[in-house]
Design a protein around this ligand. Structure first.
Ligand code: MN
Length: 312
């Protein structure tokens, strides 16, 4: 554990906030934002002071500071050789019957969040690998559809949920963070899938990790839920678990389908992501249909809404 502080101009702090958009947490009092990455927790204060603390704070600080610090090789090694957590999957999991869960659409301004849990039996693992099931981010939209259909045709048990934009925006205004929504979605699809598979054996349940397990547990506990037995967490789990990869494929295919549907509804090709082009499309929608129209197609709390207004 180490910590570094440096003072940055406000402009730079707003740039940081944008860059860390996907890893933001509730900021403490007096802070503009707080973000958590694998290397450090970054807290930016209204005074301009930014605090980097964690296993490898230099890695984050160097992205922003002109006053580059050398990496401490042993600090880096120490962060890699992290102590064993009860939520780390056992190595045997990936070659056994197991459940994997992943979501899609969280970084996209337009469109829902889709989440899918898949149950893969040990004897199906090689087949799915041969089919080309892998991390959905490595596959084109066209192939995603084909692979998703093939999975469904194989009668691989899965559970898929779509959190539409209206519901997303309601929950967000109720004070739910996106992290809480994701945790609750994973819980919901895993619960449904467990019901579906009855007493079929499985070695464990692997969630593609988007926050530390203690935070995930806090999110679900706030809604009276707890983790199912043998639930594990791992970052980039889709690279290790064919069940998580299959979940990522079905979730992505569903997201792509929803985006096509919403594009039809909006009469405009809604782009994925959250780029400046997305701001311009949002501005076009506000201009033609009014800002209320975004409620049904966008995650309105994203900075894109504000930026879109500047084009009007
Ligand atoms: Mn994921």
């Amino acid at each position: 554990m180490g910590q570094i502080t440096e003072v940055f101009p406000e402009r730079e702090i707003m740039k940081m906030k944008q860059a860390y958009e996907k890893t933001l947490e509730n900021p403490p009092q007096g802070a503009i934002f707080r973000a958590r990455t694998n290397d450090a927790v970054i807290t930016a204060y209204k005074s301009g002071k930014v605090l980097f603390q964690g296993a490898n704070p230099e890695a984050e600080m160097n992205k922003w500071s002109s006053n580059k610090l050398p990496f401490k090789p042993d600090a880096k090694k120490a962060s890699r050789a992290k102590p064993h957590s009860p939520y780390d999957p056992p190595a045997s999991l990936f070659n056994s019957s197991h459940i994997g869960s992943d979501e899609s659409g969280t970084g996209d301004y337009f469109g829902p969040i889709t989440t899918c849990a898949v149950y893969v039996k040990r004897e199906q693992i090689d087949l799915l690998k041969d089919m080309g099931i892998q991390d959905s981010k490595a596959i084109t939209d066209k192939t995603i559809n084909k692979l998703s259909r093939q999975l469904v045709e194989l009668h691989i048990p899965y559970s898929l949920m779509v959190l539409n934009n209206e519901k997303y925006n309601d929950l967000q205004r109720k004070g739910w963070s996106q992290g809480k929504m994701k945790a609750m979605l994973h819980q919901a699809v895993i619960g449904r899938l467990l019901e579906k598979i009855g007493d079929a054996p499985y070695e464990g349940i692997l969630v593609d990790q988007f926050c530390v397990p203690s935070v995930y547990k806090k999110h679900i506990a706030s809604e009276g839920m707890s983790l199912a037995d043998k639930t594990y967490f791992m970052t980039k789990a889709e690279h290790h678990s064919i069940a998580v990869a299959a979940g990522s494929v079905i979730a992505r295919a569903s997201f792509v389908k929803e985006m096509d549907r919403l594009s039809m509804m909006a009469g405009m090709d809604l782009m994925k992501g959250a780029s400046q082009k997305v701001d311009k499309i949002a501005a076009e929608i506000i201009r033609s249909k009014g800002e209320a129209a975004l409620e049904k197609i966008a995650k309105v709390h994203f900075a894109n809404t504000k930026k879109a207004r500047k084009y009007l």
